[in-house]
Design a binder for this molecule. Sequence first.
Ligand code: HEM
Length: 233
Amino acid sequence: MSSVATPAVRRAARFYEAAIGKKAVMAVTGVILFGYVVAHLLGNLQIYSSDPEQINRYAAFLHDPSRTFLLWAARLFLLAAVALHITASVQLWLLKREARPVGYFKKDDVPAAYAARTMIWSGPIVLAFVIFHILHLTVGSVFPLRELGPNQPNVHANLVTGFQHPVVAAFYIFAMVLLSMHLYHGLWSMFQSLGLNHPRYTPAVKRAAAVFAILIAAGNISIPLAVLMGLVT
Ligand code: HEM
């Protein structure tokens, strides 16, 4: 650390060096990303409006040139959260491996071992999904994107065109199942690793995490399913 660093920066760096600092970064960035997933789902559910233009008006509002600065600020903020979340998770994994190369889960501690294993592969698959998803619906390199005018994506048509392909719809559904497992384990282990756990509350925290994860998966999965079943055209 350079000698010009202020005491506050040095304190923050020392805090981050310890495992608890990395866990705190994972928790804060995880909550930010969770908030985005909830807000994004609420926006996407407008596909079910009786007015097919509703979701397009919403997209036009987000893409309005007067809000370009805000849009890019939000994108950069989310990107920073993703980068910190991944960096802290890899560093924590390396720390754990250094401390106990043989693995520390007792054979009978099946839920904990399952949770850790799930996080290790659901995280990278969800990341791969997000990259594919941005190429699909923001960049337009999977199918050409339709627009109603400049800065007015035809989201309704783009979703229907994409999800009419069973392979694309199946990949979304698979990724949403993994995302919900990731959210479930992430949410309750966040409480545990930050020491906010108590035997009396852990079952309730786990139940609440499961309810959130299932609702988010159900909402997201319903969209490709509704298109495949011809309910949204
Ligand atoms: C079936 C579920 C989903 C649907 C139908 C959906 C739909 C969309 C659409 C239509 C866009 C383009 C919006 C626009 O141009 O205004 C978009 C962008 C995006 N979505 Fe999703 N999404 C889904 C799930 C997710 C999930 C689970 C995540 C994150 C884990 C996610 C992350 C993003 C990101 C990061 C963008 C780029 C936003 C930007 O342009 O800045 N989406 N999504």
